[in-house]
Design a protein around this ligand. Structure first.
Ligand SMILES: Cc1cc2nc3c(=O)[nH]c(=O)nc-3n(C[C@H](O)[C@H](O)[C@H](O)COP(=O)(O)OP(=O)(O)OC[C@H]3O[C@@H](n4cnc5c(N)ncnc54)[C@H](O)[C@@H]3O)c2cc1C
Length: 308
């Protein structure tokens, strides 16, 4: 019934059996029963209204740089933000600049344009792949700075299909967490406050963050850091000290360069990644007594330990 409603009421194409592996940086996963990539938020609202009645599974996808999809068929709908990608720079009247951005806009592209214009505040984001919506969802950041520092307003499509604007102060952001994040809420866009500076200043500040990136593996299939850093420690250090570097299950392997990166070395499946995560977590818990929490979002794995 809901399948008919979707086909009848959405303006954007509804693709069936869409392969998900090419849509994620890790390059694993099965197929989506339905996949949609609307260019108009009204389609998102319509989807949510239909879902409210029917209750089918929904998976929201940005750039796919922080997700691992399960293998096999993912029932329900995968909603991609990538065609909602406009942005513009506005004056706020007090000398600052407000970036008004749609969810699917590339975060590094936005940060690069800000740097070119001499707008300061986004230097940390130049090397963080993915979309602005994904960055809001996980409060993406580096070296103590994060997207939440810049947010003035978040526009969301709520579970009932209505649109709500959340002002700064109505939500909270902390390390890799935004209190608004929920599998049933779509971030349609946001406003970010930047400061006018010079290109030279922005370039100089960006250097700190480029150095952080030099310790990470490059040119490989991964979804970034697998586990969040526990309070006062680094997940990479704990994994390294526990001997996890080089551990392998199927095509999934723990990077030799940075122990908090799991790589798809070729032919990995979603189950390989999940199993390797569980194995690493068990080893760290046994050796260090610390239970690591995943940073990567596991989509379609059901109600197991790590799923969101
Ligand atoms: C090489 C590499 C380096 C990385 N370095 C960093 C780093 O330094 N710092 C850092 O924080 N992260 C890093 N990451 C992880 C990743 O880039 C960030 O988490 C990024 O912000 C995810 O954005 P995305 O659009 O790819 O989200 P996705 O991976 O598509 O989705 C991530 C989560 O956000 C949800 N989501 C996505 N878009 C929306 C939306 N519009 N509305 C609601 N929910 C949404 C998804 O459902 C999912 O739960 C790295 C990843 C890689 C591969």
């Amino acid at each position: 019934m809901w399948r008919m409603s979707l086909k009848r009421n959405l303006n954007c194409p509804l693709e069936e059996g869409k392969r998900l592996a090419p849509l994620s940086a890790m390059g694993v996963g099965g197929e989506a029963e339905f996949f949609m990539e609307p260019a108009d938020t009204r389609d998102v609202c319509e989807l949510f209204r239909i879902r409210r009645e029917a209750g089918f599974p929904l998976y929201i996808l940005g750039g796919g740089t922080n997700v691992v999809f399960a293998d096999g068929l993912l029932r329900g709908v995968v909603l991609s933000s990538r065609r909602l990608s406009d942005f513009r720079w506005n004056e706020d009247g007090n000398g600052d600049v407000l970036a008004e951005v749609e969810a699917g806009c590339s975060l590094p592209r936005l940060a690069a344009e800000a740097a070119e214009k001499g707008f300061a505040g986004m230097e940390f984001a130049q090397g963080i792949p993915g979309t602005v919506g994904g960055a809001v969802a996980g409060n993406a950041g580096a070296a103590g700075r994060s997207v939440g520092d810049l947010l003035e307003e978040v526009t969301a499509v709520e579970e009932d299909g209505g649109v709500r604007k959340w002002k700064r102060g109505e939500y909270g952001c902390s390390y890799r967490r935004c209190s608004l994040f929920s599998p049933g809420r779509f971030f349609a866009g946001c406003k970010m406050r930047l400061r006018r500076a010079s290109r030279a200043e922005v370039e100089r500040d960006g250097e700190v963050f480029r150095r952080v990136r030099s310790s990470q593996p490059r040119g490989v299939k991964s979804a970034g850091c697998v586990f969040k850093n526990p309070e006062g420690d680094s997940a990479g250090r704990l994994l390294d000290r526990s001997g996890c570097k080089g551990l392998r299950i199927g095509g999934a392997v723990v990077s030799d360069v940075h122990a908090n990166f799991i790589l798809n070395s070729g032919g990995a499946t979603g189950s390989d990644i999940l199993e390797l995560m569980e194995r690493c977590r068990d080893i760290v818990f046994r050796k260090m007594g610390i239970s690591l929490e995943p940073e990567i979002k596991l989509l379609g794995f059901g109600m197991d330990l790590f799923s969101v």
